[in-house]
Design a protein around this ligand. Structure first.
Ligand code: PLP
Length: 386
């Protein structure tokens, strides 16, 4: 299969880059020629693939993971005064959606090894107002979902998985996205399956039924279902909804990328293994740990740089890799509790989150990289320690 050319040495090596092949291009052309551009047969193909892979009741292809998270909270009836336990070391999408609906994200600290929240920390944060737990599988390393499922059931809480990083990850035989009442995927341009934009909401049938309604204006049938009928205006608005569906042009790319995940993830894992082998002895640099029973999704290859033992701190390392070696990196994440609207939520001290956020650096790790690129990153990083 021909794919877009991997990055050249002419410009900086991007920290991430999609790998789009002829199959994705052919599917898009097929969609453009079909006369049906919005949510229709291609979106349905993606939905069935996700539903079957996760063995869940239903999956709904939407415009982004942010849309999926918003629909998840709406469908679950999470709103005014409700508390949802969630990490701060994440992207702002889930906390923003909660805050917009009048709910309060209750941030708990992460485990220093996996950078995921733990069932123990979540349990300690449960109050009478707690309505749910929204976990996030950091970088593609799954949380302990067996324990989270048991905790949610014990306290009658809703369990939501933000699986934006973990489309092809598993733990103890459980696929990411299969244990929650609801789970969300991202097909954003830099994700492990990239369609530019896009998301999927998967999970329980009753909640998905409500989410489908809410995601198509509250109308009781989809445009595709009404297509070809004599009177397409024959519909009812059941609830005041929004418009969050994934168009078929996007779904054409997403469906093919989703099918390529086994190959993509194997390549990501091989790059990660090369990095770990080559960088593990550097003082002050911690390579990621994969816990037993975990099949990592490797959206990120996150290292932690302790300025007390490393020659340069995280920001100096990133700047030197870019300026001297033409290698881009990224940081995941600015802790959400330190950002604008969250600072006023009250005293929140999350020491592990804050230390990790100051030390974390994501090295390039994606299937469009060649072995030459991987060696270049290894040599460049090691050169900072000599
Ligand atoms: C953990 C997490 N959740 C949600 C999102 C939002 O995804 P999208 O851009 O598809 O809305 C991101 C995006 O980076 C993310 O990292």
């Amino acid at each position: 299969m021909t794919s877009t050319p991997a990055p050249t040495t002419a410009g900086p090596l991007p920290w991430n880059q999609p790998l789009i092949g002829e199959e994705e291009i052919a599917e898009v052309v097929d969609t453009l020629r079909s006369g049906w551009l919005t949510h229709g047969p291609k979106a349905t193909r993606l939905e069935h693939a996700v539903r079957d892979a996760l063995s869940v009741d239903d999956a709904f292809a939407v415009s982004s993971c942010t849309a999926a998270l918003h629909l998840a909270f709406l469908a679950a009836g999470i709103g005014d005064g409700d508390e949802v336990i969630t990490p701060s070391l994440t992207f702002c999408a889930a906390p923003n959606a909660l805050l917009r609906e009048g709910a309060r994200p209750v941030f708990v600290d992460v485990d220093p090894v996996t950078l995921n929240i733990t069932p123990e920390a979540a349990e300690a944060a449960i109050t009478p107002r707690t309505k749910g737990i929204a976990v996030m599988h950091y970088g593609g390393h799954m949380c302990d979902m067996q324990a989270f499922r048991a905790l949610a059931d014990q306290h009658g809480l809703l369990l939501i998985e933000d699986a934006a990083h973990a489309l092809y990850a598993s733990r103890d035989g459980l696929r990411a996205g299969s244990a929650g009442d609801l789970a969300t995927y991202s097909f954003y341009a830099n994700k492990v399956a990239a369609a530019g934009e896009g998301g999927v909401l998967a999970g329980r049938g009753d909640l998905l039924h409500q989410a489908r309604l809410l995601g198509r204006h509250g109308i009781d049938s989809s445009a595709w279902q009404r297509h070809g009928k004599r009177n397409t205006a024959d519909y009812e608005v059941v609830v005041p909804g929004l418009k969050y569906v994934m168009p078929d042009v996007t779904a054409a790319i997403a469906a093919v990328q989703y099918e390529r995940l086994p190959d993509f993830t194997a390549r990501r894992a091989a790059i990660a293994a090369s990095y770990t082998q080559a960088l593990t002895d550097l003082p002050g640099l911690t390579t990621p740990t994969v816990l037993p029973g975990v099949q990592h999704g490797w959206f990120l290859y996150p290292v932690l740089i302790d300025p007390a033992d490393a020659p340069l701190d995280r920001d100096q390392t990133a700047a030197t890799l870019l300026q001297r070696h033409q290698i881009s990196t990224s940081v995941h994440f600015k802790p959400v509790h330190t950002l604008g609207p969250y600072r006023s939520l009250g005293d929140q001290t999350l020491p592990v989150t804050e230390t990790a956020a100051a030390r974390q650096l994501s090295l390039p790790c994606y299937p469009a990289m060649t072995d030459v690129h991987v060696d270049h990153v290894i040599t460049a990083v090691r050169s900072l320690w000599t």
